[in-house]
Design a protein around this ligand. Structure first.
Ligand SMILES: Nc1ncnc2c1ncn2[C@@H]1O[C@H](COP(=O)(O)OP(=O)(O)OP(=O)(O)O)[C@@H](O)[C@H]1O
Ligand SMILES: [Mg+2]
Length: 278
């Protein structure tokens, strides 16, 4: 099996517009390789092309130029769509838009049922998925009465029940309160620990620092990539791109430019304390 679960090769994409002068490339030449089991975060200012890229990975749209290969399947080939969506499930921002049934377990069963998974395997997959996101006891509840974080966990369970190797989440915590955000981030990290590849699009820097690798996009291109420590050591560049860095990183940076001998890319309070005490 190939080492990269996803390969994105020089991908360009434009949305059609009535007036030809209005056509702009949303993606202008993206290259990314994502290894099996990796936890990737994608950051970038509004409109830089993150969701466009997610839709291309999920084969909802195809590149105008370049290729996206998911688990060996090129998204350009129509017959690969189901293999691609089975490999890489997608979770969206608004939990309400993802719920299709009036009972939690029916909602989770929707995806695998459409894949033609028969009983009793279907039952088993639904139960396992609900246990994984810690929502098993709610299986006979109505999703409408759940909190945002719980609904989003149900959406994740629905994807898990299809047994994907990779889960792509487009700002899954953007509409949640701090508790709901914590629930989802805990769920995501434990899924990654159990071997799932995670691609998390987010505006929250505290979420991005949990990833193995971060890609920072700007105007349809990847501007920075690497481990959190490396990416966040570019405080000035991140600000130029309209992004924040974690608060501790910013404080460390301010101390450094004011003459303190502090390493770049400090990500947490403990590291800052030991840098200051050095
Ligand atoms: N359906 C569409 N038709 C035309 N242009 C679009 C469409 N969807 C997105 N765009 C444009 O493509 C560019 C990239 O948009 P995209 O939604 O991928 O950005 P994003 O990084 O996900 O932004 P956000 O952080 O706001 O979610 C933007 O300029 C946007 O206006
Ligand atoms: Mg988006």
């Amino acid at each position: 099996m190939e080492d990269n679960i996803i390969e994105i090769k020089n991908v360009k994409f434009k949305y059609e517009a009535e007036d030809e002068n209005d056509i702009v490339y949303a993606l202008k030449g993206i290259n990314m390789n994502i290894k099996r089991g990796e936890f990737i975060a994608i950051l970038g200012h509004n409109g830089c092309g993150k969701s466009t890229l997610a839709k291309l990975i999920n084969a909802q749209m195809i590149p105008n130029e370049g290729d996206i290969i998911v688990n060996g399947f090129n998204t350009k080939e129509e017959e690969n769509i189901w293999d691609i969506r089975k490999t890489c499930g997608m979770v969206f921002q608004n939990p309400d838009n993802q719920i299709v049934a009036t009972i939690v377990e029916e909602d989770v069963a929707f995806g695998p049922e459409n894949l033609g998974i028969p009983m009793p395997e279907l039952r088993e997959r639904v139960d396992d998925a609900l246990k994984t996101v810690d929502m098993y006891e709610y299986k006979m509840h109505s999703p409408a009465l759940l909190s945002g974080g719980q609904k989003q966990r149900i959406a994740i369970a629905g994807i898990l029940a299809m047994n994907p190797d990779c889960i792509l989440l487009d700002e899954p915590t953007a509409m949640l309160d701090p508790n709901g955000r914590k629930e989802i981030i805990n769920t995501i990290t434990s899924l990654n620990n159990s071997g799932k590849t995670i691609i998390l699009i987010t505006h929250f820097m505290e979420e991005a620092i949990l990833a193995d690798r971060i890609f920072v996009m700007n105007e349809g291109l990847v501007e920075l990539e690497g481990e959190a420590k490396k990416v966040f050591s570019n405080v000035k560049k991140m600000k130029e791109l309209g992004l924040d860095v974690p608060q501790v990183t910013e404080l460390a940076y301010e101390l450094k430019i004011n003459g303190f001998n502090i390493e770049n890319g400090v990500l947490n309070i403990d590291d800052l304390v030991s840098e200051i005490c050095k």
